[in-house]
Write a protein that binds this ligand. Structure first.
Ligand SMILES: NC(=O)C1=CN([C@@H]2O[C@H](COP(=O)(O)OP(=O)(O)OC[C@H]3O[C@@H](n4cnc5c(N)ncnc54)[C@H](O)[C@@H]3O)[C@@H](O)[C@H]2O)[C@@H](O)CC1
Ligand SMILES: [K+]
Length: 465
């Protein structure tokens, strides 16, 4: 996991470094990292560096100076001014200063554009002349390397302001919110996080990576059996929504449980004919999933009370989220989408959309349970206030039934003994990674059927033997 830091977190951390190590040259370290990545993306050919007025431009100018040793480097002062010492270094190294028209014309031959216009000091959006330059870059398909972040984005949000669209972003110390949430994250391309000697601040916000999923996945050992791997009970689906039972079973089974018990109100024959390993008899379970596809079941409250009396961690999804009891069993997980979270908190949907992380954190605190807020960006908030952003995937998963399979997978992971936040991070990340590796409009149960291949590929092969 990586810590996610805002612009003000980063500024405070940098100031501490400067006060403790007067004269430290962080800009050269930043420039070195940019140069290394630039050489990988475009080993030769002319480079156009769009430079802004602040230190982000300074990073770009020192990188331009280093690259000018063996290729043509054109420097465009996109805001009219630039970091003085950086400009001097670029001039000395033989970079050629160009105006907007020449910068745009030179794109036809350019192997790379370095966007060093605005970084964490930038205001969101781009002035007209820069927006036109970005359009020209996009139209010609010239690769873009963004310094710290694609200029135009708001560092601290996922909002899709007019901005550069990078193939790769080199950022310093820690990812910022714009790199990991919302549409903004899709403008960053591959993210390279570089340690330039600024300590990562303690923010309580994290982003999960594929390597975390591999590291934390509960892989059975030589002495494992169905009860050590975990038995998950599903009280999902109903006679009105029998498909939810199948989707939950698909998610639970393909995440690797010891056993799935189906205890819901959908026709049993339907479930067992599709999934013969699912057991219909009631008995011991180590976690329960409730609510997906309940609709307006008359006995919903009794079903929830029955599950609560088992004293095992619960995944509460969909219709069960409107019946939240005062005390949930320890280790329980709530899996709302934005509309359901708004209802849980008694706020408008747009308030959740405006501050999804804050609202997920508020719900976790209020209900004393981990909250997985589902959507394009998936937030896992704990009652202690930490938030982890799950690995992102393509929007193919944005379809009816994805939440049902996800709840089933999370139930399997809770039954395996994982803490609720890990179960949520792993379940949500697995679904996203699977959609990345198997892109296309697969129905949610079909996508879940690819989970085993993805899990096997992620975890250490030796562990599977
Ligand atoms: N503080 C440091 O020592 C380090 C900073 N680094 C770099 O410095 C960057 C931050 O530098 P700065 O604080 O100078 O900020 P920026 O370089 O991000 O931009 C600040 C300047 O741009 C102007 N500006 C902001 N938004 C604008 C807009 N929309 N239109 C027109 N002008 C706009 C501001 O008025 C200000 O002059 C980081 O992103 C990183 O790239 C790195 O060199 C590492 C070390
Ligand atoms: K930038």
């Amino acid at each position: 996991m990586r810590t996610v830091a805002t612009a003000s977190h980063l500024r405070a951390a940098e100031e501490k470094v400067f006060s403790e190590q007067p004269g430290v040259d962080l800009m050269s370290r930043a420039a070195d990292a940019i140069v290394s990545v630039a050489r990988v993306i475009a080993p030769s050919g002319p480079v156009v560096v769009a430079v802004g007025p602040g230190n982000n431009g300074g990073d770009g100018l020192y990188a331009a100076a280093a690259l000018a040793g063996d290729r043509d480097v054109l420097v465009w002062l996109a805001m009219g001014t630039g970091h003085e010492a950086g400009l001097h270094a670029a001039d000395e190294a033989g970079c050629r200063q160009v105006d907007a028209a020449e910068a745009t014309e030179s794109l036809t031959d350019a192997s790379l554009v370095i966007d060093a216009v605005l970084g964490i000091g930038g205001r969101a959006g781009l002035p007209e002349h820069l927006a036109m330059f970005v359009d020209a870059v996009d139209a010609l398909g010239v690769p873009v390397l963004a310094v710290d972040l694609p200029s135009g984005l708001d560092t601290d949000s996922g909002a899709a302001h007019p901005s550069f669209r990078a193939d790769c972003t080199v950022t310093f110390a820690a990812p910022k919110p714009c790199h990991v949430v919302g549409e903004a994250s899709e403008r960053c391309g591959d993210l390279v996080v570089v340690d330039i000697g600024v300590p990562v601040p303690d923010t309580g916000v994290f982003v999960a990576e594929e390597s975390d999923v591999a590291r934390w996945w509960p892989v059975p050992g030589p002495d494992s059996h169905k009860y050590t791997r975990g038995v998950v009970g599903l009280d999902t689906g109903s006679s009105h929504y029998p498909g939810a039972a199948l989707l939950g079973c698909a998610g639970a089974l393909h995440a690797g449980p010891g056993m799935v018990r189906y205890l819901g109100g959908a026709p049993q024959g339907l479930v067992v004919s599709r999934f013969p390993s699912v057991v219909m008899a009631d008995g011991r379970v180590q976690a329960m999933v409730l609510g997906s596809g309940w609709g307006d079941l008359e006995d919903a409250a009794e079903r929830l009370a029955g599950a609560l009396s088992r004293g095992v961690p619960l995944v509460l999804d969909a219709d069960a989220l409107s019946l939240l009891p005062a005390d949930l069993p320890p280790g329980s997980l709530l899996t709302p989408h934005a509309g359901e979270l708004a209802r849980m908190l008694g706020v408008q949907r747009h308030e959740v959309d405006a501050d999804p992380m804050g609202k997920a954190r508020e719900a976790a605190s209020r209900f004393g349970a981990t909250v997985l807020l589902k959507g394009g960006t998936q937030y896992v908030a704990t009652p202690s206030g930490t938030v982890t952003i799950a690995v992102r995937g393509p929007a193919w998963t944005g379809q009816a039934g994805s939440g049902d399979t996800l709840a089933g997978a999370c139930g399997t992971l809770l039954a395996a003994g994982l803490e609720a936040d890990r179960a949520a991070i792993l379940g949500a990340s697995l679904q996203a990674i699977t959609a990345s590796r198997h892109p296309g409009p697969h129905p949610p149960d079909v996508l879940a059927s690819f989970f085993p291949d993805v899990i096997a590929d992620l975890v250490d092969v030796a562990d599977l033997r």
